[in-house]
Design a protein around this ligand. Sequence first.
Ligand code: HEC
Length: 140
Amino acid sequence: MMTRTVVPWRRLAGATLVVARGLFSHAFDSPVPGRRKGVACVAILVLLTAGCGSKPDEAEHPGKAIYQRYCYACHQAGIADAPKLGDKDAWAARLEKTRAELVENVKAGMPPGMPPRAGCPACSDEELEAAVDFMVLRVQ
Ligand code: HEC
């Protein structure tokens, strides 16, 4: 026998409206009836988007997790002369290379400081590329 979970959308929407009404109660008291609906919609939109970060491009960058896991150890503090994350001077000469060249050096490694595939043999090419993009984005 199959059981289905019924999502009480109507009740959820009702509850959201009640919360919105509480937060924006002064606006709901508007004597112009047409305006009430508009205010309710705006209030719900505000509530729905309130959780979004201010810098979505960086926070959700696909390379960020890879960076934090595999590149942070050297690039955050500049271990073994690794160019630090966000350090424009350290990255200036490297930014003259093409993306392909940077990625190639990460894959091959740069002895003695950086091991091949940046020390992550299990990382895919795409993951290494994303991490390079994330680092480059921070110095542009
Ligand atoms: C064990 C330390 C270490 C780790 C881990 C590491 N790096 Fe590096 N990285 C270095 C060092 C040291 C250099 C500078 C090498 C040089 O210029 O000789 C470097 C240089 C680079 C460069 C510049 C390449 C160029 O052509 O100038 C890029 C891009 C880079 N790393 C990306 C990454 C990425 C992406 C990761 C993680 C996936 C990572 N690194 C992990 C030490 C590390």
